[in-house]
Design a protein around this ligand. Sequence first.
Ligand code: SAH
Length: 272
Amino acid sequence: MRTVIKLALSITAAALAACTRTAPRAGAEAGISPAPTLEEAVVSTDAGTLGIGAAAGERDSEAARAKRAALVRSIAARGYLRSERVIDAMNRVPRHLFVPDAPLSEAYGDYPLGIGSGQTISQPTVVGEMTEALELRGPERVLEIGTGSGYQAAILSVLAREVYTIEIVRELGERAEKRLRDLGYANVQVRVGDGYAGWPEQAPFDRIILTAAPPQVPQALLDQLADGGVLVAPVGEENTTQELLRIRKKGGKLTRESLSDVRFVPMVPGHR
Ligand code: SAH
């Protein structure tokens, strides 16, 4: 199963080798606690009945749905998707509408793709793994750092109550905001700004996800994590293998868990 990932990556241009999973470490998966079962996932938000992403559904196609289902099945078969809710979200959100210049075969390949401004939409396996790690049940308010194409935000949008996402590259942020609005992901708010500062006006957040890698988890984000909250982030220097960390806050105390080795674009410092 591991070879499949490497094969998929080897056909990707080196410049796009970001937001990917690197070769798994021994025992990397062992630290991941089980995602909620369908029974546990009693949700106050039902994306279907709320019409979240309804316009995306209308713009979807049979061909895209089939390719997406095959991709999702292969990610699940490799053990990165375990909860019905996340599988459903990945099946529901049309990734190809977030990479409009890519042919369907690329939009549903398991590798990152360029989205302009030197940035990438993450490898689907990594999106699945990180989304599972967040343990979303439905009522959460989520902060994402690194909006990029808006794809991860759309996935979060169908799994949580409210999504706040920050992008430092204005052009990407504005494009993603328009796309998310047009596709009907109405519970997502996009801000163009520096993710290192978080979004204090909307804090605290039940979940925080970073899709760009800082050298260390920014203190402002740890401060903006609610008690009982979970933060998932790739952490490490640029051009090295980074650690995918999950941090839990309980009674004001932080515990950290290393989930796997990944490779992300760097979280760049903003102008302050
Ligand atoms: N989640 C995205 C992919 C993210 S790629 C998707 O689903 O498409 C990482 C993104 O983080 C890039 O768009 C990059 O511009 C952004 N980024 C990098 N440093 C940042 C910072 N300090 N604050 C906010 N966004 C940042």
